[in-house]
Design a protein around this ligand. Structure first.
Ligand code: UD1
Ligand code: CA
Length: 455
């Protein structure tokens, strides 16, 4: 349990609710671990909370998901709600941990779109108006599933849950987003007064009724962009949340100077960076910690995961994972760069080239149907069509080294471990079983040195 020390008054705790059974997701995975733009729902909530001046964040989990959830952010304290007795009960379970802070934010864990700015604005509004209770509200076109905010003479009086709505209240479009700022001392008293509903659950939303009964004015902070309120109760809402997040990410990337020709078919994870004047063609997926330089042309149809791409790189219809690509490289169509591929500047990789755990030197060309695994390929090498580095002997992987300026003939098979010296050539169809000295020609099956230093 870490409490953050900041210079400002030790004022704020946040309680994040994630102990519900998530039944509507119909999943073995806890609801808040489902991903939006490549990160678990709950980590989006943590990210926003971590960027504002909150002294302590407390996560409420249940006995089944506590292990998995407590690993998301080691800075966050977890408390376990043993029985899912509702959001009100979940807050009661966490209350002790928040009790020494003047104010508490309560936030549902299934709100991945809430921004740092919203949390900050809520804190500011609550503090400046010295409020006891401030609700985040939103006016939405489709309020289905949300608790509705009831007002009398424009003053908030109550939150009514979807299940308990009268026909007349169904039309209310002012919704309870699921985030509350509360004076902690008052929260303590209010929690003790909560009564269970018909389903035996205690609702945190009932603190609004209680405030009304006690004639405590209730403040609201209305979301500037109502789609931030998108919650994730089921997979339909998960897709809606992804869509909103994707629009947000794509917009940011476009405003940063990247062209996205067809935003609807372009998917970009939250932490991806794309440089100026790069063009993303339709069907591009950029995932994980991917970073793309300036002036690149990516796609159509490319998936780049956890990779770093230099400047002026052209990639068409290819898959690239955990690799590093230099500048002025051309890749594809139909290349698969697997983990640990390091491609130097000016390299050209053509149709159906697979590379794994290998370094390819500057200016090297690998044009067609080739597998390079566990290899070091030098500079200015030409690898002929159909070349295979046979790196696996059934038990272990072995290395192939190809020297600078070599020319590997079509259909060569290099049986690792093997070295081909600089400026050597292999004839078409050669099976190289032994090291080849520099400046040599090797031909046949098994490969025999025909000329050069090895003759
Ligand atoms: C809740 C609100 C509703 C609001 C909506 C929007 C209540 C009673 N209703 O409804 O007014 O419009 O969110 O976000 O609060 N949880 C626990 N323990 C429990 C039950 C739930 O920790 O016993 C957690 C869930 O894991 C979830 C969060 O609380 O992250 C909200 O619960 P959920 O079931 O999603 O509430 P909604 O029905 O969506
Ligand atoms: Ca919810």
């Amino acid at each position: 349990m870490t409490e953050r020390n900041t210079d400002s008054a030790r004022n704020w705790a946040a309680i994040v609710l994630a102990a519900g059974s998530g039944t509507r997701m119909s999943s073995q995975l806890p609801k808040v671990l489902h991903q939006v733009s490549g990160a678990p729902i709950i980590s989006h909530v943590f990210d926003s909370l971590n960027q504002v001046d909150i002294n302590k964040v407390i996560l409420v989990t249940n006995p089944e998901n506590n292990n998995a959830l407590s690993q998301i952010d080691p800075e966050i304290s977890c408390v376990i709600q043993n029985t899912p007795l509702g959001t009100g009960n979940a807050v009661s379970v966490a209350y002790e941990n928040a009790s020494s802070f003047e104010n508490t934010i309560i936030i549902n864990g299934d709100l991945p779109l809430i921004t740092r700015k919203t949390i900050q604005n809520l804190i500011t509004k609550h503090s400046e108006s010295n409020s006891t209770l401030t609700l985040v509200s939103a006016v939405v076109d489709n309020p289905q599933g949300y608790g509705r905010i009831k007002k009398e003479n424009d003053i908030v009086t109550e939150i009514v849950e979807q299940k308990e709505l009268s026909e007349e209240n169904e039309k209310l479009t002012d919704i309870n987003v699921g985030i509350y700022a509360v004076k902690t001392q008052w929260l303590n008293k209010a929690l003790l007064l909560l009564e269970p509903h018909d389903n035996e659950e205690y609702f945190i939303t009932d603190i609004v009724n209680l405030a009304t009964q006690q004639k405590i004015p209730i403040n609201t902070y209305e979301l500037k962009k109502s789609n931030e309120a998108q919650q994730v109760n089921n997979r339909v809402e998960l897709a809606l949340a992804e869509n909103i997040m994707q629009n947000r990410i794509r917009e940011q990337i476009m405003l940063g100077g990247t062209t996205i020709i067809d935003p609807a078919s372009t998917f970009i994870d939250k932490n991806v960076l794309v440089g100026q004047d790069t063009i993303l063609e339709p069907g591009v997926h950029l995932t994980g910690m991917t970073k793309i330089g300036t002036g690149c042309r990516i796609g159509p149809n490319a998936h780049i995961a956890n990779s770093e791409i230099g400047n002026n790189v052209k990639i068409t219809t290819s898959t690239i994972e955990m690799s590093v690509i230099g500048n002025n490289v051309s890749i594809g169509p139909y290349c698969h760069l697997r983990e640990g591929s390091k491609i130097s500047d000016e390299v050209s990789l053509g149709n159906y080239v697979e590379i794994k755990q290998s370094t390819i030197g500057k200016n090297t060309k690998i044009g067609h149907f080739t597998y390079i695994g566990d290899s070091i390929v030098g500079e200015r090498v030409n690898i002929g069509a159909g070349t295979i580095t046979a790196n696996y002997d059934g038990d272990e992987k072995h290395q192939t080294v190809i020297g600078d300026g070599s020319f590997i003939g079509v259909n060569s098979v290099l049986i690792a471990p093997v070295n081909v010296g600089a400026k050597s050539r292999t004839g078409a169809g050669t099976v190289v079983t032994k090291d080849v000295p520099p400046d040599s020609l090797v031909v046949g099956i098994p490969g025999r040195i025909r000329s050069g230093k090895g003759e």
